[in-house]
Design a protein around this ligand. Structure first.
Ligand code: MLT
Ligand code: ZN
Length: 439
């Protein structure tokens, strides 16, 4: 987003865990701040230095250590790019349990450090469940080897969980052991155009019931998100007829064991949705080829890129009750209008998209430039709405440098105090990704 810029002079690119350990030991002794950096695709400034920290890029630590095609357990260096891991295990008919738009450049270590959610969470759950083990270099250079490949290990505190989502504030993840699911035999997707957001939840209920075990994604984009994706060349636009009167769109993906069975289920779903007096959807476009499958996904996955091409995005990644998604987007839009910032003002669009199945809304405000007026209008306004629902101010992007001041909207004082104690225990000299997560 070009929002953060540090003043680092040095990037180190270790090739081994041992080298990471030597770097950390040195930096700890000299009290030099360190920013671990993966693919640098995060959205909250977590991998960007604040001052003159040394950047430790994991990109040269990029080998697969082992893959067991029977258990599906993959052990890989932290710097392996997500897509390259997907390609590595594809011949064994396995897939990564995590998928996101940034797959071509994000790294598995960064995914784990930020507890990235993404597009498959609905089906395969979060990294807190699929990561089996980690190798982590602690701030003093100690290598914590918990790179187990065991499915079950009930021997006391599960330390690896602390590093999942710590955003590099407790140590540098150098290796990851992760459970990969078998590749589905068939994948289909369909994009549904809806006349009103009010139909999304009744639709979700029906889709879950009818598709049951083959449902693998239920993603939502509002009309503004769709229009921006199309404007900036993400995916193939639907026809005028297909989008006429659509207030929003839902992308449904199925992943199952038998193509004919899955197609029959999807077709039955579409029929039952359309052949009623008051249909919940205007139309449904079913992908007919692998190319169309990718192009429908690109409409959803490409929103992030489209938003960045359109202007300067303010990004809010929140968990709120599904029923309030539209209320939150509309309230933000009206609030900005009342402040004179929307319409002829500096804000161009307010849009909502995200992972309905996970209760995760991406609320984006696109402006001509980042200004203090817009910032003040948005915060704490949005955080207060989130807190009123007991929601999360960061559902999947993390806290990074962007949201440290807002942590208290989602975490109690007791929780924050404990987090600070844990940070002190691991990193008493505060050299690990300083200024991130905790103020
Ligand atoms: C997404 O779901 O597309 C990502 O989390 C990125 C974003 O919020 O833009
Ligand atoms: Zn997302």
């Amino acid at each position: 987003m070009g929002k953060y810029r540090g003043g680092s002079t040095t990037v180190l690119k270790p090739k081994t865990t041992q080298q990471v350990s030597q770097i950390m030991k040195w930096c700890n002794e000299k009290r030099i701040g360190v920013v671990p950096q993966g693919g640098n695709t995060g959205l909250v400034g977590g991998s960007v230095p604040i001052r003159d920290e040394v950047i430790v890029s994991l990109s040269n630590l990029n080998s697969v250590r082992s893959f067991d095609p029977i258990s599906g357990i993959l052990v890989a260096d932290a710097g392996c790019i997500l897509q390259s891991l997907t390609d590595y295990i594809a011949p064994h008919n396995h897939i990564m349990p995590i998928d996101l738009g940034a797959k071509g450049s994000c790294q598995i270590g960064g995914n784990v450090a930020t507890n990235a959610g993404g597009l498959r969470l609905l089906r395969y759950g979060s990294l807190h469940g699929t990561v089996l083990g980690l190798e982590v270099v602690l701030p003093d250079g100690t290598v914590l080897d918990q790179l187990t490949t065991l499915r079950k290990d009930n021997t006391g505190y599960d330390l690896k969980q602390l590093f999942i989502g710590a955003e590099g504030t407790l140590g540098v993840i150098t290796g990851v052991s992760i459970l990969t699911p078998p590749a589905p035999q068939a994948s289909n997707n369909v994009i549904l155009a809806l006349p009103s957001f009010d139909n999304v939840l009744p639709l979700y209920k029906i889709v879950k019931r009818q598709l049951s075990e083959i449902l693998s994604a239920f993603e939502f984009i509002d009309r503004t998100s769709y229009d921006l994706a199309v404007k900036h060349g993400q995916g193939r636009a639907l026809s005028e007829d297909e989008v006429a009167g659509a207030e929003c769109f839902v992308l449904v993906e199925t992943s199952g064991g038998k193509r004919e069975h899955d197609e029959e289920k999807l077709n039955n779903l579409l029929e039952s949705l359309l052949e009623v007096d008051t249909p919940l959807i205007n139309t449904g476009v079913l992908s007919q080829s692998p190319a169309q499958f990718s192009s429908l996904w690109a409409l959803r996955e490409g929103v992030t890129e489209a938003v960045s091409k359109e202007g300067k995005p303010y990004k809010y990644d929140i968990s709120v009750p599904l029923s309030s998604f539209k209320t939150v987007v509309d309230a933000t839009r009206e609030h900005l209008r009342s402040k004179g910032l929307l319409g002829d003002g500096a804000v161009k669009h307010v849009l909502g998209y995200g992972h309905v199945g996970d209760g995760n809304l991406h609320l984006n405000i696109v402006a001509d430039s980042y200004t203090p007026e817009i910032q003040t209008a948005l915060e704490p306004f949005i955080f207060e709405i989130v807190a009123s629902y007991r929601g999360s101010i960061s559902a999947e992007h993390g806290i990074g440098a962007m949201k440290t001041h807002a942590l208290h909207y989602s975490k109690s004082d007791v929780s924050i105090a404990l987090m600070k104690k844990i940070k002190m225990l691991f990193d008493p000299h505060n050299i690990m990704n300083p200024g991130k997560v905790l103020e």
